[in-house]
Design a protein around this ligand. Structure first.
Ligand SMILES: O=C(CO)[C@@H](O)[C@H](O)[C@H](O)[C@H](O)COP(=O)(O)O
Ligand SMILES: [Zn+2]
Length: 368
């Protein structure tokens, strides 16, 4: 460091460097989890709300603008919003309901459960930030608090609490901005609108998704030119034939989504003695396969309405459907109407869940 710097400034810079070096692996993991949580919300069609007071209000605006504008790479605009910027809303709510309501009331006006709320407070106890996080949690949003070491009430109530290990307000604020920039890097990695960002995205979303999350992902894939393959079934007793057809389906496009029949729909389709494995176990087994990109539970007896919404590029059926009349594959016309194609996976001879289940029931234990 140049010698003409004042001792105070030297000390300040040194404390900043020491603070960065003091980050423990669990804290770094938590910051990474924050990046994944924000990316997940954005990929699922959610918004990111930032709020705080004073310097933290500036951080909120700064980071929201990195999302709606640009960070480092060219990508689509993303919905980051600071709840500190609408002076009419802030002053009216403060005037009419009290300053502690300024973030809460805006969240109650705009937020949806797929969104994420980030409250920034060095004390961790500013009432308006606490109230904002409480309201967001009540509304089902993911919540995050960025605080100093003590954490305060904000850290107690947030899903993810990042306590910067310092009591110095200004140093803590600088780290908050750095955390925000790290998150922006993470977001840029996924929203490059290129197919090779898909594995990064799946790492943050996990494989088991709800139908509404899948619909948001589908929009994302469409814009990124990612080809989606769909297949559906019960996948009750997984056998080699399933693996082969899933592999075939996966190779037809960029992501393979498996629509997995719920327990209730299988009982309706195949009788009350099925399924053998409950849906949460069937989801886990499928999610463990490399070929499967995403799993979504499906309650309908046929996938027509689901495919009408998802509009997959490919819909994979078993080869035994190749020569049946179109009327037996009612979803075929729907897929084709949206520009998709039905493909047929070769069948592995002699392998079927029903045959295995029947053999077991009859006490025949010959290998299939
Ligand atoms: O920027 C600074 C101090 O560096 C100040 O403006 C500071 O943000 C304000 O005093 C805030 O009101 C502090 O609120 P909080 O961080 O405790 O929630
Ligand atoms: Zn400041």
């Amino acid at each position: 460091m140049p010698s003409e710097l004042s001792p105070n400034f030297r000390d300040y810079m040194q404390r900043g460097m020491d603070l960065r070096h003091s980050f423990s692996p669990p804290l770094l993991d938590l910051i990474d989890a924050a990046g994944r949580a924000v990316t997940r919300s954005l990929a699922m069609g959610g918004r990111v709300y930032f709020f705080g007071n004073g310097g933290s209000a500036a951080d909120a605006q700064h980071l929201a603008a990195e999302l709606s504008g640009r960070f480092k790479t060219e990508r689509r605009p993303l919905p980051g919003l600071a709840l500190t910027t609408d002076s009419s809303a802030v002053t009216a709510i403060a005037n009419d309901y009290g300053y502690e309501s300024v973030f809460e009331r805006q969240l109650r006006a705009f937020a949806q459960p797929c969104d994420i709320a980030i409250g920034i407070s060095t004390s961790g106890n500013s009432p308006n930030v606490v109230r904002g996080l409480e309201a967001a949690g009540e509304m089902g949003l993911a919540t995050m608090a960025w605080t100093a070491q003590a954490g305060g009430r904000c850290a107690e109530i947030a899903d993810i609490a990042i306590r910067v290990p310092s009591t110095s307000t200004e140093l803590v604020q600088e780290i908050h901005a750095a955390i925000g920039h790290y998150i922006c890097h993470r977001v840029d990695d996924v929203f490059t609108d290129r197919a090779d960002s898909i594995p990064v995205l799946r790492e943050v979303t996990g494989k088991a998704v709800s139908m509404s999350e899948l619909l948001a992902l589908r929009e994302f894939w469409r814009e990124a030119g990612v080809r989606m393959v769909w297949t559906n079934g019960c996948f009750d007793l997984l056998h080699a034939g399933h693996l082969q057809s899933l592999q075939y389906a996966r190779e037809a496009g960029d992501v393979l989504v498996v629509g997995l029949n719920t327990d209730a729909s299988i009982a309706t389709l195949k009788g009350p003695s099925r399924p053998i494995n409950r849906q949460e176990n069937r989801v886990s087994v499928l999610a463990g396969l490399d070929a499967v990109s995403y799993v979504v539970l499906m309650d309908e007896l046929d996938p027509c309405s689901t495919l009408d919404q998802l509009r997959p590029d490919f819909h994979c059926k078993g080869a035994d459907y190749r020569d049946v009349p179109d009327a037996k594959i009612p979803e075929k016309a729907i897929v084709e109407r949206h520009g998709g194609k039905v493909i047929y996976a070769p069948l592995a001879a002699g392998l079927s869940t029903t045959a295995i289940a029947e053999q077991l029931a009859e006490g025949q234990c010959s290998s299939v």
